[in-house]
Design a protein around this ligand. Structure first.
Ligand SMILES: [Cu+2]
Length: 212
C-alpha cells in the first residue's frame, strides 16, 4: 500500500521554508526604513547616493526574482502531493456545509452525521487509514478546516471538491471551525472530529447502520 501523505508534515516543511524568507523580508524592510530615516538628509545632498540607491533597488528586485520561483515550485509540489489520490480509501464521506452547520453523509452505509441537541455534528473516521471526502456547500462558500492536520478546502455550491486524509488517534476530540467567513453565525459553525481504531470504527458503523 502506498503510504498516505501526512498533511501536517508537508505543511511544516513548507512553513520552515517560508518562515526564514518572511523574516528576511521583514528585516530588509525595517532596516531600510531605519537607514532612510537616519541618513536621509545627508544622502539627499550627496549625488553619488542616487547611484547607490539604484544598485540597492536592483539587488533587492533580483533577490525577489530568485526567491519567488523557488517558493512556487516547492508550494506546487507539496500541493500536488497532497491532491494526488493515495492508497485506496477505506471510507468515502460526503461533506455538506450550510449556514451554519455541517452534515457528514456516509453513502455506502446509508446514514448521516448531523448536529444534535447536545452539540455540533461529529465527523467519525478510522485511524491510520485513508478516507476520501467529497465536499460541497448548500448556500455560500464555506471552508472545511482541520487545524491538527493543517488541512483546509473551500466548499462551493456549484462544484464538488474531492480530497483524501489520514487521521491519527491523537486528533480525536478536536474541534474544527469553518475557516471562511460565511455570515452572522460563522463563529458557531464547527464540527467535532472523532478518530477510532479501525475495529472500533467498524463496530460504530454497524451500530449506526442499525439505528438508521
Ligand atoms: Cu461557514
Amino acid at each position: 500500500m502506498i503510504p498516505a501523505v501526512d498533511t501536517r508534515t508537508q505543511y511544516d516543511h513548507l512553513a520552515s521554508l517560508y518562515a526564514p524568507v518572511a523574516i528576511l523580508v521583514y528585516l530588509v524592510v525595517t532596516l531600510t526604513i531605519v537607514v532612510v530615516v537616519v541618513s536621509g538628509r545627508r544622502r539627499r545632498r550627496d549625488p553619488s547616493a542616487r547611484k547607490n540607491d539604484l544598485r540597492l533597488e536592483i539587488a533587492y528586485a533580483l533577490l525577489l526574482v530568485l526567491v519567488v520561483p523557488v517558493l512556487l515550485v516547492f508550494t506546487y509540489n507539496t500541493e500536488s502531493r497532497i491532491d494526488e489520490p493515495q492508497a485506496r480509501p477505506v471510507e468515502t464521506i460526503r461533506v455538506v456545509a450550510a449556514r451554519w452547520t455541517w452534515r457528514f453523509e456516509y453513502p455506502t452505509h446509508g446514514f448521516a452525521q448531523r448536529p444534535t441537541a447536545a452539540g455540533p455534528a461529529t465527523l467519525v473516521v478510522p485511524a491510520g487509514e485513508p478516507v476520501a471526502f467529497a465536499g460541497r456547500s448548500d448556500d455560500v462558500i464555506h471552508a472545511f478546516w482541520i487545524p491538527g492536520l493543517r488541512f483546509q478546502r473551500q466548499l462551493f455550491v456549484d462544484h464538488v471538491n474531492r480530497w483524501q486524509l489520514t487521521f491519527r488517534r491523537s486528533m480525536s476530540g478536536e474541534s474544527a471551525p469553518c475557516s471562511f467567513y460565511c455570515g452572522l453565525d460563522h463563529y458557531k459553525m464547527r464540527f467535532r472530529v472523532e478518530v477510532l481504531a479501525p475495529d472500533r470504527y467498524a463496530a460504530w458503523v454497524r451500530s449506526r447502520e442499525a439505528r438508521s
